[in-house]
Design a protein around this ligand. Structure first.
Ligand SMILES: [Zn+2]
Ligand SMILES: [Zn+2]
Length: 329
């Protein structure tokens, strides 16, 4: 498998896809004393309330679920994780590796199962998050507190800075990908089909009840998956070490990595966003890296980019919080 070492955050793709950290402005002073009236997006509030009420009912139904239904939940969760972490995040947001058409098609379909917006929207928000991390232009700005970073941002109209900076991003690479264009065009029907209809109908094959299938395999599974993703923006921006850059909020968080497919090595990821592994340590609590490596072995992924150990060491020595040595094997 060909892995290409890159020179950290200032790599060749950094300008187009992620920030050079030197460009990141300090958090604007109005972050906490923001006098701007908060505009609630009631559609999202109602949608999330319904999903979570259904998920709670699903919890009560759990003891009556068939074993195959639980296996189906695990299978769907693996598919969703691939669509988000290997797809929207590491492939399309950061271009940390390249993928051949069959893999891109799979990742786009898997992404629709996540119900987190189209790949295009997800990547636009995520690129702004990296470029303007911890400022008003960051959609999940951790400087506005845990609740906002976790889920509050879903309930509120985007800050004007997010929209303004988002419009300045170069998203042409995504629109050049026909798979991304198609997923964007048919996002709503594909999301309803992949996130609600298929998870609810497949369990009927092994005589599961429709209510168990809907409330457990669709809604409960979805609610858990949403919180796993959101935990990267909340927990992994607040608690943990900062071995690579102590000047930013993202942290190394083992628990988040366990629940989010290896995306909790977040201090490393913000320091070296074009590294396909999003971590210094390869397969260690990082199933997404295992998946990409297997895809590379099958010939479906290629041009995997990796920050060189020398660059990582130098960066940790320059900006880390001195916890780096504890990470050395
Ligand atoms: Zn990222
Ligand atoms: Zn982040």
């Amino acid at each position: 498998m060909a892995t290409r070492y890159i020179d950290g955050a200032a790599g060749p793709l950094a300008g187009a896809v992620v920030s050079d950290l030197d460009e990141v402005p300090l958090p604007s002073p109005d972050v906490r004393n923001n006098k701007r009236p908060l505009e609630i997006v009631w559609r999202n509030v109602v949608l999330m309330a319904l999903i979570h009420l259904g998920a709670i009912y699903g919890l009560f139904l759990l003891p009556s679920a068939r074993a195959y239904s639980l296996l189906w939940v695990v299978f769907c969760s693996v598919v969703v994780t691939c669509g988000l972490t290997a797809g929207a995040h590491r492939l399309w947001s950061h271009r940390s590796y390249k993928a051949r058409l069959p893999l891109r098609v799979f990742l786009a379909i898997a992404n629709s199962m996540s119900f987190q917006g189209s790949v295009y929207e997800w990547c636009r928000d995520h690129r702004v998050h990296h470029k303007y991390c911890d400022t008003d232009a960051d959609p999940y700005n951790a400087a506005r507190g845990f609740f906002f970073a976790h889920v509050g941002w879903v309930f509120l109209r985007k800050h004007p800075d997010v929209k303004a900076k988002g419009k300045l991003l170069d998203m042409s690479d995504l629109m050049e990908d026909p798979v991304v264009r198609m997923q964007k065009k048919f996002y709503i029907p594909s999301a309803v089909l992949m996130c609600f209809v298929i998870p609810s109908l497949v369990p009927l094959l092994w005589d599961e009840s429709l209510s168990n299938a809907y409330f457990i395999c669709a809604l409960l599974r979805l609610a858990v998956a949403l919180h796993c993703t959101w935990s990267v923006n909340s927990f992994a921006h607040m608690w943990g070490t900062r071995p690579y850059d102590k000047h930013i909020t993202p942290t190394e968080n083992l628990v988040v990595s366990i629940f989010a497919g290896g995306e909790g090595w977040h201090n490393y990821h913000h320091a070296f966003p074009v590294d396909y592994s999003s971590s210094e340590f390869g397969w260690k609590v990082n199933p997404t890296t295992v998946f990409i490596d297997v895809m590379a072995w099958l010939g479906l992924a290629y041009d995997l980019k990796k920050a060189s150990p020398g660059v990582v060491r130098a960066r940790a020595a320059r900006t880390g919080d001195r916890s780096f040595k504890e990470h050395v094997q």
